[in-house]
Design a protein around this ligand. Structure first.
Ligand code: MN
Length: 439
């Protein structure tokens, strides 16, 4: 098993019998087929696993019953029908690729599925989404070098990028219990901050509340404790990606982060988009990866020919903001920045291989954040800390409001899209979250 390659499921000409999947601009054409967990909105029924297709969800519990599947497909669908995406992740890349081919065939115009499966669809508008799987551990990396440099300048003007950055995929162990799915609402956290260098610290609602534009990577089968994860294994293993908002209280962070890194500044909420876009779906958008001329080459344990040839993934990212006043006036969220995951300093496989390189066991459903993805240009910051240059520049919105950091009632919307000539364009769905007043 190696990196996902292009096959018949990526054919841009494929059409689904689900009409909304064929509309230009949908995030979920038949070439995507991401996994999520849902129930019918307003019910307390058990969560089940579904696949997004156009504006519908294919309910895999019903789909298994609807029948017509071969023996292998029944084996893949059985844990999914029971709502257990982790058990399917544990089956590894062969299962992921096999089920993708099977579902692609069943959802195609003219397939036998066209008669058997329509009763297994639920409009996404009628579904309540949950976290896509059980997340055992969450690690947040720091692969955005433009973010690391800009933020480093704000925290340490004399020493922006620490010397380990270009050698080690830096990360910290985060908190799982406060991870929520798109639509998450959370209260502005209180925390300990130091208002001025001279003053004693205070405990109060954070004043410099921020978002971070990230991608999240889900581990597939993982590795056994004590058995290092190799680059080859990492490249094939990772299951898929979501959008991730690593909400951050900058005033708390600035006071607490040395010497052990982020703690309460980041563990009060993390929001992810509901649909895991698989490694296979992203195959058409892989791009070559290299460190800039003059930077150290990655050490051999996080280097490979496949990673150099196609370790990067071009995902266009954006952040939009909708204030309470905009919402009341019926105004849509306003885009405030754009960047691309192709600019990351480390690849998905390098994050996974580095994490498991010491024999740390990665498990199905473990989540890794990419770190904030900022572009190289001014105005491409993936956080307000960058866009406001540490709170010194005010961002003026189209309705006349201004921001340096988030206000209560603000809703942050993240989006990700993949587009390339000759491939079907696809996206991740929304990742939204709203700040409520402190408690
Ligand atoms: Mn982060």
């Amino acid at each position: 098993m190696s990196v996902a390659t292009l096959d018949a499921t990526h054919d841009a000409a494929l059409q689904s019998w689900v009409p909304s999947a064929n509309l230009a601009g949908t995030d979920f054409p038949i070439q995507n087929l991401p996994f999520g967990r849902f129930r019918r909105a307003g019910t307390t029924e058990p969560l089940r696993v579904g696949v997004a297709i156009g504006d519908q969800v294919l309910d895999l519990q019903r789909a298994l019953v609807a029948g017509g599947w071969g023996e292998a497909a029944r084996g893949w669908l059985t844990p999914l029908a029971a709502g257990d995406l982790n058990a399917f992740m544990a089956q590894g890349p062969a299962a992921r690729r096999g089920l993708r081919a099977t579902l692609s065939a069943a959802l195609r115009v003219g397939s036998p599925g066209q008669a058997a499966l329509p009763s297994c669809l639920l409009p996404q508008a009628d579904a309540e989404m949950a976290l896509p799987c059980a997340i055992g551990d969450y690690t947040d990396f720091y692969t955005g070098i433009h973010h690391a440099t800009t933020v480093g300048k704000l925290f340490r003007p004399d020493n922006p990028l620490l010397p380990n950055y270009k050698w080690v995929p830096i990360g910290y162990h985060g908190r799982v219990s406060s991870i929520g799915v798109s639509g998450q609402r959370f209260h502005r956290p209180k925390g300990q901050t130091k208002p001025t260098p001279e003053a004693d610290p205070v405990f109060a609602p954070a004043k410099r509340l921020d978002y971070e534009l990230e991608l999240g990577v889900f581990v597939g089968a993982g590795n056994a404790l004590g058995e290092p994860m190799s680059m080859d294994a990492a490249e094939a293993d990772w299951f898929g990606m979501v959008l991730l908002n690593d909400w951050s209280a900058r005033d708390v962070q600035a006071w607490e982060y040395q010497p052990l890194g982020p703690f309460l500044a980041k563990n009060f909420a993390t929001t992810i988009s509901p649909w895991i876009v698989t490694q296979e779906a992203l195959a058409p958008f892989r791009v070559p990866f290299a460190h800039p001329e003059g930077d150290p080459a990655p050490l051999p344990y996080i280097d490979s020919p496949a990673n150099r040839a196609q370790g990067g993934i071009a995902i266009a990212l954006e952040v939009a903001l909708q204030t309470a006043a905009m919402r009341e006036a019926g105004l849509p969220p306003q885009r405030i920045s754009q960047s691309n995951f192709a600019d990351a300093y480390w690849t998905v496989a390098q994050m996974v291989a580095h994490h498991g390189s010491n024999g740390c066991n990665l498990q199905p459903g473990d989540l890794m954040g990419s770190g904030t993805q900022s572009g190289p240009e001014a105005g491409q910051g993936g956080s307000l800390l960058e866009l406001s240059l540490g709170g010194t520049q005010t961002l003026t919105l189209a309705n006349g409001e201004s921001r340096t950091f988030l206000q209560d009632g603000d809703c942050v919307v993240m989006r990700g899209r993949c587009e390339r000539a000759g491939a079907a364009a696809m996206g991740f769905g929304d990742c939204t979250g709203t700040v409520l007043p402190p408690r």
